[in-house]
Design a protein around this ligand. Structure first.
Ligand SMILES: *Cc1c(COP(=O)(O)O)cnc(C)c1O
Length: 225
């Protein structure tokens, strides 16, 4: 119940943001972030019609995967330690947190087929956040060509947690500009057509600024623990 009610509200906001930005709601893929909720709540997400689920830790991801498995498309959205890659790689569909060559190397080695990855970018310069600095993104992606099992589908970012919406908007604009730069290079291993940005408190701004994947936890599934 709670999920379908929340989804109705979220859909309305997505529609309104799309209208403001002259976009179509079908361009926006909603990932339900289930890290703070039970398996039951995650299953309710599927029943409500959302099939993309996101988890940010390997143990939480594996627990949910045991219960839900291939009924969902799985997004790994958190920091991934290289030594955990082996445990999750054949179960994830997208990795949103590629931020270093050592991780790319491990993914490349352990994966049995190419894996769709987002390169995580940190343009705000917040020390606490992972991700590459803007100036390092293009050369990093160039180097990924060496890893046959990595496909760079897009860029991902997390905006600072702040009420300063213009700051958030500026960050999203900068990441979108970077994504366009990479896309225009037409790298075979890095089509970079997607933008994973926007969470519960800033997804409308992210949509206005070009997000194609939004990652919603509290606004969509609530918080049980
Ligand atoms: C937890 C998390 C989210 C969802 O957060 P909410 O604010 O609850 O929507 C999105 N992206 C990442 C990387 C997260 O860790």
């Amino acid at each position: 119940m709670i999920v379908s009610e929340n989804l109705e509200k979220v859909r309305l906001k997505i529609d309104q943001a799309c209208r403001r930005a002259n976009r179509r709601p079908e361009e926006i893929r909603v990932i339900a972030v289930t890290k703070y909720v039970s398996d039951e709540r995650a299953l309710a997400v599927l029943e409500a019609g959302i099939h993309d689920l996101g988890e940010n830790r390997d143990d939480g991801f594996l627990n949910k995967w045991e219960k839900i498995g291939e009924r969902a498309t799985w997004h790994f959205i958190g920091t991934l330690q290289s030594r955990k890659v082996k445990k999750v790689i054949d179960k994830v569909d997208y990795i949103h947190s590629l931020d270093r060559l050592s991780l790319a190397k491990e993914i490349d080695k352990r994966a049995e087929h190419p894996v769709k990855c987002f390169v995580q970018v940190n343009v705000s310069g917040e020390e606490t956040k992972h991700g590459l600095r803007a100036g390092d993104v293009v050369s990093f992606i160039e180097q990924l060509e060496a890893y046959k099992n990595i496909i760079v589908v897009g860029l991902m970012t997390m905006a600072p947690y702040t009420d300063d919406t213009e700051w958030i908007r500026d960050i999203f604009k900068r990441v979108r500009a970077l994504q366009q730069t990479v896309k225009e290079k037409k790298f075979l291993h890095a089509p970079c057509t997607e933008l994973s940005m926007g969470m519960s408190n800033d997804f409308e701004i992210a949509i206005e600024e070009g997000a194609t994947f939004i990652r919603l936890g509290t606004a969509l599934v609530g918080k049980e623990f």
